[in-house]
Write a protein of this length. Structure first.
Length: 305
């Protein structure tokens, strides 16, 4: 008996990378799987291809599992509602959504095109909204459901050249938190994972020097998509019923639990603050508690994804 025996799971981005590994593992753990993937390029914006999602579904069926494919876009609410209906019609239920679908359009913010901002927000943040909104009433009605969304250290900590991606992924964190809070009474859970894994998206990041090349090799060899899938499937399982509203990262065989934003320092002034007194007193007093805007490399020695 697997941890998802008798359950139905929708996996977005299921044709490759983390999504594919999640779909394959969910099936091995007993789930019936709807494999969704537009079949488009890493940068999005193209027509897509139904073949890649079906290839993953066929691999599951060849191994003795049950799977159906879907090649619609998570950016369309109508399409996502169709995915939910497909799960219900084909397999008679839906119990979890694992949502790693995404694109990258990196660039320095002062050079970023509006279209690149919009496309990344649409896939990551609007896509997370769509899959959550399309399923949440079903989950609440059956008093069971798990959302496993994906964030990134680019949003949680920061990464130069990924303002669009970081904004979208930090938005997903907020969405997941509220889903968890509002869903608690109905046994609807939501958690997020910041993955470290070598995928075709990460392969698009330029290698600029020898140090970067060495980090890339470490990622290829030690940080694989299948390692991330282990946690995603565990969180989708009803056995994780007490785990919700959390932020995790997976780096190789290491599972990391993140803290969440909370106050770290406060100062009050009975007569109120002015710009001058804030500059002279409050901000200097708080300086030792400031977070370093360039601290990413010191927190994680590998490139964030």
């Amino acid at each position: 008996m697997g941890v998802l025996s008798g359950k139905v799971v929708l996996v977005t981005g299921g044709a490759g990378g983390i999504g594919k590994e999640c779909a394959l593992l969910a099936a091995r753990e007993g789930a019936k799987v709807v494999v969704n993937d537009l079949g488009g390029s890493v940068g999005g914006g193209d027509a897509g291809d139904a073949g890649p999602a079906e290839k993953t579904a066929a691999e599951i069926r060849a191994a003795g599992g049950e799977a159906a494919s879907n090649s619609e876009s998570v950016t369309s609410m109508a399409s996502v509602k169709g995915m939910v209906e497909q799960a219900l019609d084909t397999f008679g239920g839906l119990h979890a959504i694992i949502n790693p679908a995404g694109i990258l359009r990196d660039g320095m913010f002062h050079k970023m095109a509006d279209a690149d901002w919009d496309a990344v927000i649409e896939v990551h943040l609007r896509g997370a909204y769509n899959v959550s909104r399309a399923a949440v009433e079903h989950f609440r009605d059956q008093q069971e459901g798990s959302f496993v969304h994906f964030t990134s250290t680019s949003g949680l900590i920061g990464n130069i050249g990924q303002a669009n991606y970081a904004a979208a992924k930090l938005g997903v964190m907020g969405l997941s938190r509220i889903l968890a809070m509002e869903g608690a009474i109905k046994n609807v859970r939501s958690n997020i994972i910041a993955p470290f894994a070598w995928t075709r998206m990460i392969a698009t990041i330029p290698v600029k020097d020898e140090a970067s090349a060495q980090r890339v090799e470490r990622m290829k060899n030690a940080m694989r998509a299948d390692q991330v899938a282990q946690l995603a499937v565990a969180l989708a399982s009803p056995e994780a019923k007490d785990v919700t509203g959390q932020i995790f990262a997976v780096r190789g065989n290491e599972v990391i639990l993140f803290d969440q934003p909370r106050p770290v320092r406060s100062m009050a002034k009975v007569e109120g603050w002015s710009p001058r007194s804030l500059l002279d007193v409050a901000l200097p007093a708080m300086k030792n508690s400031f977070f370093d805007a360039g601290a990413t490399a010191s927190v994680f020695p590998y490139d964030p994804v």
